[in-house]
Design a protein around this ligand. Sequence first.
Ligand code: MG
Length: 213
Amino acid sequence: MSSRLSFDIPPLAGVVPKIDPAASSKPALLLDRDGVLNLDTGYVRRYRDFRWMPGAIETLIAFSRANWHICVVTNQSGIARGKYTEEDVERLHADITYDVTTAGARIDAFYYCPYHAESSIDRYRFVDHPDRKPNPGMLIKALRDCGAYTARSVMVGDKVSDLEAGRRAGVMALHFRSQGRLDDFLAESLSKQGAFWNDALSDNARRNDNIMI
Ligand SMILES: [Mg+2]
């Protein structure tokens, strides 16, 4: 486990919405990967090149405690471009999951899109694939797979294509510009979103402060 991470953090007080008891299902936090969870240094392929975004682990801890679904939705055209393979991506996601689990948080699922219109690899050449953001395919799949409450779910991305995908999937889309801390960004963004979003970490989340997820 990398020593660069500190997990001794306060909750995002006043920020993470609690689950609406009237809702039949929990909302989902849909996260772009490169530029949101980690610094986007270009075609990140291996864990040794993976650098957590400041506040990303803390965000995952807070939303895990608040009992949200948490999914990553990421375009990975590097596969179509022959820069790395699906196996590389899955290995990296396993390494990311190790960090997240060690921190007492979780990511429920990773969705990645390997397709690109100009791929030199036949099986990855696809014009305007429905899963490639700005198309909403991956987001819709994620929401459906976890049975999320779409209208209260959130997509966080660093590119306009992330925001468009979010809007087309019917969730709130937030533009994180890869500057500052992700948890601070979400704290500020969600606090502006009305009563539901203004709720503090739920009582339930506080009571379960010591649970291991
Ligand atoms: Mg990105």
